[in-house]
Design a binder for this molecule. Structure first.
Ligand code: MTE
Ligand code: CO
Length: 444
């Protein structure tokens, strides 16, 4: 393989300084730093202890000394009525890419998936996508209307919704545009930016079916329309079959009430289907006998094919996976035994298998899936491997319970052409350089 076959990732502009430290742009300074830490890593491996004396912030805290935190009384409980992450983890934050946003206010940010040790996304790290900014809806002013082809048009208050028997489930939400910048070549040098428009949350709410039954769906009904209460009025048509299957009207995420960013007080979840259908600040559900062909399902969220026709109603998010470490944000820091980490998901059900290649797709080995492996939820996987300073081309390939296998980009483009922004579920390649720096590259 020659350099000609590789397209190196472009870096998002204006990344904050702390992002650079944590693995945004690959600066010359960072390359030097990495080279240094790789050398230190060799010594650590010999010592058999991570974080040896040479890397300590304050050697006074190391054995056999008694560290500061053992000598003085700690802080009391009054300081944190709502707990926040420890200060040393302050780099674990959502980030945005300036040049992806049309207006002065950012309308999308990305989940730091390279920092996720497992499949659950903490509430404060769930990426946000707003088409008209974040609405603030006081719960007492909230109403959900159900109208159209129903026996009894109804208006629910927030309290009404909470009186129904609840259900709870984990599900991933992936924006249809996740990895969208990568269609034509490696663009963004960071897994947070290439794959971070995803989160996986434990939702609690009411099955949409329960609310629809309360209103009484007429036999002629075939579709529902879900409408958001924000200034964008995000509106999507959903087949009645899906609405009655596993959609939920939720008010809780990971055991606490929804964050404003995620649609407080009430949002729709449409498991396995593209994120824009998960209407936030849900205001109205209309029941009808045909699709509405709103803006978000005609001019947007369709894929223009090479023959000039557009794919519409591309609802399901096909199986996909990505290696989150090593990644541009998680370079190699030491030689010797390593653990590769990643995430896999499928809108069709459970992940059945993830294969990993260290040599650009020539040889593959099965990764370990860390349970629980839930349908339409993220699955965390790992693979132990050895690194001795050689170049690697890392890839992961997910398979789901339907037998579908995550494709290479070339295979996807043969069918879809290169006009798409949405539904890029192709295999991602990371180049591990000899000095430990990891880059986003395209192998075809
Ligand atoms: N719902 C409303 N009302 N307004 C919006 O702008 N954005 C959609 C969807 N629901 C949107 C919305 C898009 S494009 C996505 S990807 C998801 O919400 C993002 O959900 P999140 O902000 O919880 O990550
Ligand atoms: Co979206």
């Amino acid at each position: 393989m020659t350099d000609k076959t590789r397209t190196r990732g472009r870096l998002p502009m204006q990344i904050p300084a702390d992002a650079q430290r944590q693995g945004g742009p690959v600066s010359a300074a960072r390359r030097r730093f990495l080279a240094g830490s790789a050398a230190a890593g060799g010594a650590l491996a010999a010592g058999g202890l991570l974080g040896g004396k040479a890397l300590a912030g304050n050697p006074e805290n190391l054995p056999p000394n008694i560290p500061d935190w053992s000598r003085y009384l700690g802080a009391g409980v009054d300081a944190h009525p709502y707990g926040m992450p420890v200060e040393f983890e302050s780099h674990v934050v959502r980030r945005n890419v300036e040049w992806l946003t049309a207006t002065s206010e950012s309308s999308v940010n990305f989940t730091p998936i390279h920092e996720m040790d497992g499949f659950v996304t903490p509430n404060g790290l769930c990426f946000e996508r707003h088409h008209g900014g974040m609405a603030i809806v006081p719960p007492e002013d909230y109403r959900l209307m159900i109208n159209g082809l129903v026996d009894r048009p109804l208006i629910f208050t927030y309290q009404d919704i909470m009186r129904f028997p609840p259900e709870s489930r984990f599900h991933f939400l992936e924006c249809a545009a996740n990895s969208g910048m990568e269609w034509r070549g490696a663009q963004l040098n960071g897994v947070q930016y290439t794959h971070g428009m995803i989160h996986c949350v434990y939702y609690t709410g009411v099955p949409l079916k329960t609310l629809l039954q309360e209103a009484g769906v007429k036999t002629s009904a075939k579709w529902i329309l879900a409408e958001g209460g924000d200034s964008a009025g995000m509106t999507r048509s959903i087949p009645l079959e899906k609405a009655l299957d596993d959609c939920m009207v939720v008010y809780s995420m990971n055991g606490e009430r929804l964050r404003a960013e995620q649609g407080y007080p009430v949002r729709l979840i449409v498991p396995g289907w593209e994120g824009n259908m998960w209407v936030k600040w849900l205001r109205r559900i209309e029941v009808g006998d045909k699709a509405w062909y709103h803006r978000e399902e005609t001019s947007k969220y369709t894929d223009l094919l090479p023959n000039g026709k557009a794919r519409k109603f591309t609802w399901v998010m096909d199986a996909k996976s990505v290696i989150t470490s090593p990644s541009p944000e998680k370079p190699m820091r030491a030689e010797g035994p390593q653990v590769l980490k990643g995430l896999a998901w499928s809108g069709h059900g459970r992940i059945s298998r993830v294969d990993v290649s260290l040599d650009g797709g020539i040889n593959w080995q099965a990764a370990q899936l860390h349970g629980p492996v839930l349908p339409k939820a993220l699955t965390f996987f790992t693979l132990p491997f050895e690194w001795h300073g050689q170049e690697l081309l890392l890839q992961s390939r997910a398979m789901d319970e339907t037998g579908y296998v995550q494709p290479r980009m070339a295979a996807l483009q043969e069918v879809r052409g290169v006009n798409s922004i949405y539904h890029n579920n192709s295999i991602q390649t990371w180049l591990v350089n000899a000095n430990g720096v990891v880059d986003n590259v395209r192998l075809g």
